[in-house]
Design a binder for this molecule. Sequence first.
Ligand code: NAD
Length: 419
Amino acid sequence: MTIYSGPVFDMAAKQFSVIADYLEIPIDQRDRLLLPKRAVTVACPIRRDDGTIAVFEGYRVQHHLTLGPTKGGTRFAPNVDLGEVSALAVWMSWKCAVTGLPYGGAKGGIRVDTKTLSRRELEVLSRRYMQELIPFVGPHIDVMAPDMGTDEQVMAWFMDTYSMHQGRTVTEIVTGKPVSAGGTLGRREATGRGVAHLARRVMKDLAIKEAGATAVVQGFGNVGSIAALELYNAGVKITAVSDHTGALHRKGGLDVPSLIAHTAQRGSLVGYSNELALDPNEILTQPCDVLVPAAVEQVIDAKVADLLQCRVLAEGANGPTTPDADLILQRRKDEIFVIPDIICNAGGVVVSYFEWVQDLAQLFWGEDEVVRRQYQILDHAFDVMVARARRDNVYNRTAAMATGVERVRAAKNTRGLFP
Ligand code: NAD
C-alpha cells in the first residue's frame, strides 16, 4: 500500500512485478524503479463566469530523473487522481526508455469535466495550473504535453504563462504546441499516425491485405480519429467507431473524413446518424482485422479479452488492457497480435521529443523529416520487441516493458546510489 494505490497504479505495479520477475530484479531494487520520485498536488482557484470562485485539484508526477528531464502529458478529466496520474507517469518512463528518448516519465492533470467550463474558464484554469507548477517544471526539469482533454491551445496557454513568468519566450517548456507558437509539424498527427503505421506493419507480416481489411476504433479524439483516417486512407474499412457519447457501425465502412468534420463542428459523434448507432458496449468485441482502443485505460478486462475478434490489437490508449486480460491474450497470442501501448502510441512522445530538440536548437524540420525519423524510431523499438519476444518466447508487452525497465535500471546502476 502506497499513497498512489488505486486501480490504475495497482495495475502498473502488477505489470512491473511481472517484468521484475522475468528480469530477476532483486526485491530490494524494485521500489527504486517503480515508485515516483516526485508527486505534486496543487489547488487551482479560478473565478467562474458567474462571479463565484471554484477550486480544482491538480497533480504532476515525475517518475524518475535518471536519464534527463521528465516528459509527459496533462489530462483534464473528471476522474483524474493521484494514482491514475502516477501510473501514467510510470508507463511514460518505460515508453521513453524503450524508444531510447533521454527522458524519465511524467504525467499531470486536473480533476475537471471540461464540458462544464466556458472557453474563458478553461484558459484561466490552464494558466493557473501552469502557474502553480512553475517551481517544479522547466525545459531541463519537466516538459508537459497534451493528453485527454487538453490540446494545442492549452499547450500554448501553458507556454505563454511560463514565458510571462520568465520574461522571455520559452517555447521548449511544453510540446504539442501549435506550429504558430513554436510547435513542430507532424505533432498533432504523430500518435495516431504511429498507431496506424505499426498496425499496417503487422498486417503486412500477417499477410492481411489492406484493401478489404477492417478496423474498429474506440475513442475518436486526437489519437483515434487520426489512426482511423490513416487506416482509411490506406484502404482499410473502418466498420465501427465510438466516443464517450456513443458508437456507430457500418459493415461497408464509415466515411471517416465526414466523421472528423462532424466532430470538429459538434465536439463529438453525437447527432451524426441514428441509423448507424451501435451499443458502445459491443464496440471492442466487433469482428475486425485491427482493433484500436484509443480512449481510456482498463477497457479490455479478462471478459472482453476472451471475446475479442480482432487479429491485431493496436493499443492507442495508455493502459487499455488489464493484467488479467493480458493472461488471456498471452494464451491467444497466435490468434491476436498485440502491439503494446508503450510502443504503439509512442509516436506522440517521439515527435514531442523532436519538438523539444527543434525548440532548443531553434532549427525546424519539414514534416517529411519528422515522419521519417518518427517511423525509424518506432520501427526499431518494434523490431527489438519482436526479437526479444521470439528469443525468450514471451508476450509482446513483457518484451517491450522489459527493454524499457532494463534501460532505466542500467542507468541507475551505472550512476550509482546517491550519496
Ligand atoms: P482526446 O481527449 O483527444 O480523445 C479522447 C476520446 O476518447 C474522445 O473521443 C472521447 O469522447 C473518447 N472517450 C472518452 N471516454 C470514453 C469511453 N469510456 N468510451 C469511448 N470513448 C471514450 O484524447 P487523446 O489525446 O486522443 O487520448 C486518447 C488516449 O490516447 C488516452 O489514453 C491517452 O493517454 C492516449 N495517448 C494520447 C497521446 C497523444 O499524443 N494525444 C499520446 C499517447 C497516448
